[in-house]
Design a protein around this ligand. Structure first.
Ligand code: HAM
Length: 450
């Protein structure tokens, strides 16, 4: 990173602007007007999770750093550059904010002896925040949310890979997102990958002049990462890059063919992408990504966004101390799903149904109002109030702003007499009625209104 970049990064990290604290760079508040999108996305995910029998799991946000170093891999971008380390008072920094979900879930599965206690396959789903210190841009944040599915089994069967893809696909389908593509590939076993890496290194070395210093380093430490680089110089080299499928052994090829047959059977559309290798070291065999094409018409043409990704991770169990287990999973990036939703299906701001505004006048009425409002709400009436405001005109102004159909006016006299005034906001007509009849009267009036 150049000094200038570093400076602007520090500048943007400043917590205070014009005397007001700012949220940390790359981390966002989700305000009420955004929440309908979040709820919609979460509901779609939960419906699919229930439909296919996934049990929801929540694991801690803080995990041992070592868990991810072992699981995701020392040379992965996540471990090399992106983890948030927590320092405690003793200066010990062995803990991190979780950068992804799968390692924590496998840890929890093994820790709780689920291999013994559960009937397999175990289907788990999760929804929560994750943290990566990446350079923020549209669709890429330092705190982001994922909705994920994992299937842990005692046999590795491509049927589970297909079921995982199906579940994530159904979430996108439920949200009616268009322009999505599922990219699929197989990276085979570790042995297959070793052979492939040899070929890959040889290929890139013949084009070494076109690589940057950073890319040359990557070629030595983790050459697979060069395949998903967005850099133009590398893009030029990708069309002729060796194909990983050619390096798969017979078992891996058979597994992958079966997997694709199952996707065909399920009528899940996909495309093969032999450069798809994923950035986490725990994968073997099947890998896939859900991609959104041209997600923002204003952006450069053909700009794609990875909505989610996943794959088979059998090696992870051995790495974390499990035996005889296999797993496959996927996670959707919720902010990215929401970007797509906002672009494709604007949700109207939430409108209250039949709002009634409660107006109080005077201290006695104010005191009694709390209980009355509670009772009205228990009757499923939509009551809005500004009990902190004293003036009648301020409250009626608020009633108009909220487009209240009726206002209920409760003053000193009414508080003594146990009565209340009902005012039709459209006509201004008012009637005083006994307090005990207010629910029945409102329901009758609304029935006439509808
Ligand atoms: P991942 O590809 O690293 O996989 O992340 C999954 C999805 O999370 C991405 O496709 C993207 O939508 C979203 N995502 C990742 N980083 C960011 C970011 N900085 N800002 C916004 N969204 C982001 C995993 O995390 C694996 N644990 C998935 C998995 C589950 N594999 C097996 N089971």
């Amino acid at each position: 990173m150049s000094d200038q970049n570093l400076e602007s990064e520090q500048e943007q990290e400043k917590p205070i602007k014009k005397g007001i604290y700012q949220s940390v760079r790359g981390m966002h508040d989700i305000l009420p007007d955004q929440m309908p999108y979040w709820r919609k996305a979460r509901r779609a995910f939960e419906d699919v999770s229930d439909f296919y029998g996934y049990g929801e799991i929540t694991t801690p946000i803080v995990e041992p750093a070592d868990l991810f170093i072992k699981a995701v891999g020392e040379t992965s971008d996540i471990v090399e550059k992106e983890m948030y380390y927590l320092k405690n008072k003793a200066g010990n920094d062995a803990l991190v904010l979780r950068p992804e979900g799968t390692a924590g879930i496998v840890r929890a599965y093994l820790e709780h002896g689920m291999q013994r206690t559960e009937t397999h396959p175990v289907r788990l789903s999760y929804f929560g925040p994750f943290f990566r210190h990446e350079r923020p841009q549209k669709g890429r944040y330092r705190q982001f949310w994922q909705a994920g599915f994992e299937i842990i089994s005692t046999e590795n069967d491509p049927i589970y890979d297909a079921q995982i893809i199906l579940a994530s696909y159904r979430v996108l389908e439920k949200l009616k997102l268009t322009n999505t593509t599922i990219k699929v590939n197989s990276i085979g076993s570790l042995e297959c990958r070793k052979n492939y890496i040899k070929k890959l290194k040889a290929y890139f070395k013949t084009h070494a002049k076109k690589l940057t210093t950073e890319q040359k380093k990557k070629l030595e430490s983790n050459p697979l990462r060069l395949l998903d680089s967005k850099d133009e110089n590398l893009q030029e080299l990708l069309p002729n890059v060796p194909v990983i499928l050619d390096c798969l052994d017979t078992a891996a090829k058979k597994y992958f063919t079966k997997h694709l047959e199952l996707l065909d059977e399920l009528e899940v559309p996909y495309m093969l992408d032999h450069t798809l290798v994923r950035g986490l070291d725990y994968y073997s065999d099947t890998v896939f990504e859900f991609v959104l094409q041209n997600f923002d018409a204003k952006e450069e043409e053909n700009f794609t966004l990875s909505l989610g990704g996943g794959g088979r991770y059998d090696p992870l169990f051995k790495i974390l101390g499990g035996r005889g287990l296999a797993g496959v999973g996927a996670a959707l990036g919720i902010e990215r799903v929401i970007l797509a939703l906002e672009n494709q299906h604007k949700i109207k701001p939430h409108e209250l149904k039949n709002p009634v505004f409660f107006v109080h006048i005077g201290d006695l009425a104010k005191k009694k109002s709390l209980k009355i409002i509670e009772q009205l709400r228990n009757e499923k009436l939509t009551i809005i109030e500004t009990l902190g405001k004293g003036s009648l005109s301020a409250q009626l102004k608020a009633a108009n702003k909220h487009k209240a159909v009726f206002a209920l006016i409760f003053g000193q006299k009414e508080a003594f007499e146990d009565s209340i005034i009902i005012r039709d906001m459209a006509t201004g007509a008012q009637e005083t009625i006994p307090l005990k009849r207010i629910v029945a009267t409102l329901k009758k009036r609304f029935a006439q209104h509808d």
